[in-house]
Design a protein around this ligand. Structure first.
Ligand SMILES: *[C@@H]1O[C@H](CO)[C@@H](O)[C@H](O)[C@H]1NC(C)=O
Ligand SMILES: *[C@@H]1O[C@H](CO)[C@@H](O)[C@H](O)[C@H]1NC(C)=O
Ligand SMILES: *[C@@H]1O[C@H](CO)[C@@H](O)[C@H](O)[C@H]1NC(C)=O
Ligand SMILES: *[C@@H]1O[C@H](CO)[C@@H](O)[C@H](O)[C@H]1NC(C)=O
Ligand SMILES: *[C@@H]1O[C@H](CO)[C@@H](O)[C@H](O)[C@H]1NC(C)=O
Ligand SMILES: *[C@@H]1O[C@H](CO)[C@@H](O)[C@H](O)[C@H]1NC(C)=O
Ligand SMILES: *[C@@H]1O[C@H](CO)[C@@H](O)[C@H](O)[C@H]1NC(C)=O
Ligand SMILES: *[C@@H]1O[C@H](CO)[C@@H](O)[C@H](O)[C@H]1NC(C)=O
Ligand SMILES: *[C@@H]1O[C@H](CO)[C@@H](O)[C@H](O)[C@H]1NC(C)=O
Ligand SMILES: *[C@@H]1O[C@H](CO)[C@@H](O)[C@H](O)[C@H]1NC(C)=O
Length: 375
């Protein structure tokens, strides 16, 4: 793939460059090529995963997933004492209508009491590959293994379940260490200190690592990401295979099988953005269609959005979201141009990874004694 971060940056990308994240300007032609390559990959992987629907094991995994998600929703609602009915919002009107019927009258439409969970918690529409995509300029290595990455950051609680499936075998991929990161509700990333992201090298909010279980599932407690100039709202994911777990709860070594981003559909994003403190963010909102990576295109036959459920009446009660990601376990992205490391967090704090990349990050080689710089 084209190394976007090494391509000369066109000057006039964004009007409000003061708060824009400086590393995310890309050459338009390069981005077009990258998108075409990504779509091709995604479509191929979608076909692989679709063909899995004939596999008994795959159907069993999906059945377990429905039950698991339903249980998670119940558990969170009980834990947080949410009494109002959860609501499933779907992009597809027909499905929404079916769900509304189920929600209000479970005997309607011939459904039995067992039907709703399947209707609500299946993941058919998201049973696709989240395309290989750039890790972006703000990947930080050395983060801790932890499920709850919020660190008290204000925002809409997001319980995110990601399920990794092997596109060659249709089976869940166990023991994948999943790195997650997104900006906070007002659009700032932790772990770096560059214009627009002055969170600081020593900060780790909204970053963490979880390992997949026998069903290929890793889950996180985070907040719905805010927005920033130039990019549609997104969450970064990077999966590590064959890592060594260190005594201090960090990981080392291994390969990177997948780098991707999760996007959120516009209705959901707008609903979140109306709440505090998202609504205090003055940066320009970029739609999925206007994103550099044009995540929604008419010809796309993959779906970059997770399924989601409102845990209560109000969006501020929190969201449960889930997505399946088809991966090629033999691939190693650390040698790919998509892989770029901005900083490393160590026992003595965070350090920038010095490099010549226009992303403000390195090429993945984290020097053990790197000193912090502002790039
Ligand atoms: C699920 O996806 C498969 C493969 O794309 C499709 O054949 C099937 O109709 C879908 N099922 C539902 C309920 O949408
Ligand atoms: C629920 O659906 C059943 C079957 O269609 C119908 O007989 C019943 O009146 C409905 N109940 C309500 C409260 O709508
Ligand atoms: C996650 O951690 C935050 C503190 O950072 C805490 O306030 C919150 O209750 C935790 N979430 C859950 C679900 O335990
Ligand atoms: C987001 O992070 C930045 C940097 O730490 C901080 O200044 C800002 O207050 C945070 N936003 C919220 C809503 O806490
Ligand atoms: C992980 O290690 C196993 C055993 O050494 C090996 O078979 C497998 O290919 C490795 N996976 C990757 C992605 O390198
Ligand atoms: C998986 O990755 C390997 C190694 O990079 C590559 O040779 C193979 O073609 C990939 N398979 C698919 C289906 O993309
Ligand atoms: C990263 O850059 C260093 C220094 O320029 C180089 O030695 C190393 O081979 C590069 N690594 C990759 C994966 O490109
Ligand atoms: C964890 O341990 C490794 C190995 O000793 C060390 O390099 C790293 O700095 C430690 N990380 C943290 C956050 O303490
Ligand atoms: C990075 O920049 C330094 C100094 O400008 C130069 O000597 C070095 O060759 C560059 N390295 C790469 C990999 O471009
Ligand atoms: C570590 O620091 C020493 C002294 O400043 C320097 O000579 C060396 O090149 C550094 N090593 C790395 C990997 O950056």
């Amino acid at each position: 793939m084209v190394y976007l971060s090494k391509i000369a940056v066109a000057a006039a990308c964004l009007a409000s460059s003061v708060i824009a994240h400086p590393g995310e300007h890309h050459d338009a032609h390069a981005v077009k090529r990258e998108i075409a390559a990504r779509n091709q990959l995604a479509s191929a992987a979608k076909r692989s995963i679709d063909s899995c629907s004939n596999s008994l094991k795959h159907r069993e995994v999906n059945a377990r997933s429905v039950a698991r998600r339903a249980n998670i929703a119940r558990e969170i609602r009980e834990k947080r004492n949410i009494k109002s009915k959860p609501k499933k919002y779907r992009r597809d009107l027909a499905t929404l209508e079916i769900y509304e019927a189920v929600d209000h009258n479970e005997t309607a439409l011939g459904y039995t009491t067992a039907t709703p969970e399947t209707t609500i918690f299946s993941a058919n529409t998201s049973c696709i590959l989240s395309p290989e995509n750039t890790g972006g300029p703000y990947y930080v290595t050395g983060e801790s293994i932890r499920k709850n990455v919020t660190e008290g950051q204000a925002g809409v609680p997001l319980y995110l379940e990601v399920q990794y499936l092997d596109i060659n075998t249709c089976l869940p991929v166990q023991d994948v260490y999943v790195d997650i990161w997104n900006c906070n509700s007002t659009g700032t990333y932790s772990g770096v200190s560059v214009t627009g992201n002055e969170g600081g090298y020593d900060t780790t909010f909204l970053r963490g690592i979880q390992v997949t279980d026998s069903d290929g599932v890793a889950s996180f407690e985070t907040i719905f990401p805010g927005h920033y100039d130039g990019r549609a709202t997104h969450t970064h994911l990077l999966s590590h295979d064959n890592v060594t777990v260190l005594a201090n709860g960090t990981i080392q070594g291994g390969t990177v099988s997948h780098i991707g981003q999760i996007f959120y559909n516009e209705d959901l994003r707008s609903a979140v953005e109306e709440t505090y403190p998202y609504n205090t963010n003055t940066q320009t909102i970029v739609s999925n269609a206007d994103d550099t990576w044009s995540v929604v295109q008419a010809e796309n036959d993959y779906d970059p959005f997770p399924e989601y459920l409102y845990l209560g009446d109000d969006i501020t009660d929190g969201l449960l979201a889930w997505i399946q990601i088809g991966i090629n376990v033999t691939a190693d992205q650390t040698t790919s141009d998509d892989y770029s490391v901005a900083a490393v967090i160590q026992a003595d704090g965070g350090h920038a990874v010095v490099s010549n990349s226009t992303f403000g990050g390195g090429n993945g080689t984290a020097p053990s004694n790197a000193t912090a710089t502002t790039s």
